[in-house]
Design a binder for this molecule. Sequence first.
Ligand code: XMP
Length: 485
Amino acid sequence: MFKEKFSDIKEGYTFDDVLLKPLKSSIEPRESDVSSQFSRNIKIRIPIISSPMDTVTEDEMAVAMARYGALGVIHRNMGANEQIEMVKKVKKEETIIIRNVISVDPETPVSVSKTIMQTKNIAGLPVVSSGKLVGILTKRDLEFSDSRGKIKDIMTKDVMTANDDVSLDEAKYILYKNRIEKLPLVDKNGKLTGLITAKDIKTREKFPNASRDKNGQLMVGAAIGAYDLDRAMNLEKAGSDFVIVDTAHAHNENVISSLKKLRKELSIDIVAGNIATTEAAEDLISAGVDGLRVGIGPGSICTTRIVAGIGVPQLTAISDVSEMAHEHGIPVIADGGIRYSGDMVKAFAAGASTVMLGSLLAGTEESPGVEMIINGRKYKSYRGMGSIGSIIAGKSDRYGKLGTNEFIAEGVEGSVPYRGKVSENLFQFVGGIKTGMGYIGAHNLDELREKAVFIKISNNGLKESHPHDIRIVSEPPNYQNFNIY
Ligand code: XMP
């Protein structure tokens, strides 16, 4: 019985155990398309997700990720209300149709309208009487106006409006044709239903590849605990496009029955994890999840494998889960252990649809981590969600709570080199992925998954893969090797 445990022991592989063989190719890297399915109903242009960790993803990171075509998941190491407010902030960052329009009555004194515009930082106020739009007040109307007068005396009465179902192109045309900055939307009774501004359209056009929902707002997700039904429902109400059920071990009967309850209550996508086996994938898919997050212990800050002796080397975990997930059309997120863009290519080749990053994004400008200077070089703090600091700081139960005030840490706290803006990093990551696809001759990630062939390497092969026999004096942005600091 015990001997057998070793006689048919399975071998597990991770990123440094393999390389991908170059294959005959007819494409140039720039021609390849890296768009991918994140979950059953969400497709994104850049297959990279920022991890729900308290030193990685809050609203600022989520906005940056979504603007450039990727996605951010807001962590849950905070109260539900605070997390909901962050989701709302991301959703409000770029709206095309403003729905809660601030309007004024025609009898309002001019002085009051000036204060409203200043404090709310808005350049135009629709004027509404008995529920109907009767005018608009712009900064131009206010120039040289008498503050003691009433709005009705100075407002623009002849207002250009559009129906509520106006398309973006139509709205742009009306704004341009009439040389106006604001377009109020009205229903058939003349009731104000929304407002489109030229400024919002211009912001949107700066980011043509952004991950957006059907209303044109940036997409964002949030992490929840396995039993956070209320939080999940409030997040959905606040506009969260999906939730990630964020547990250290999702292959657990209580978690699975909770997933079934969540499935009944929510209409947004539910991604669940973390898991590392085919059996776990099967059970979670049966519970109705829309995406799977894979990785038990590969993360740069994780100590799960050391503390608990548990885990599956990450490439094997990705391929075991993907085998089942792909049969059911459920996308897989490869979460943890990714240090270079080459690791991302290997994760896709093993079956993943997207990769989730912690350490590679913790050092960016937009992460919430604290900046510090060590030996003249800039760093940002980064810690595991199962580190002592994170457990004490937060309300999360992902790791370590054994039902008392004592806890068992499964992560460490540290710092990572500062890496500039998210946009610069995404550019490098996508460039690396496309380069890999060029070597394989893959036009898209489906082709990469189909064609890729792994080759097992030795320790010498790994040594040969990194720069060697040179003292590096200039680091390219896509190769930061920790051992040289
Ligand atoms: P990277 O390697 O990108 O990994 O920094 C990020 C992922 O690590 C997981 N995570 C943890 N795992 N203990 C763990 O065992 C922890 O304290 C911990 N904190 C985060 C998580 O899946 C994350 O996305």
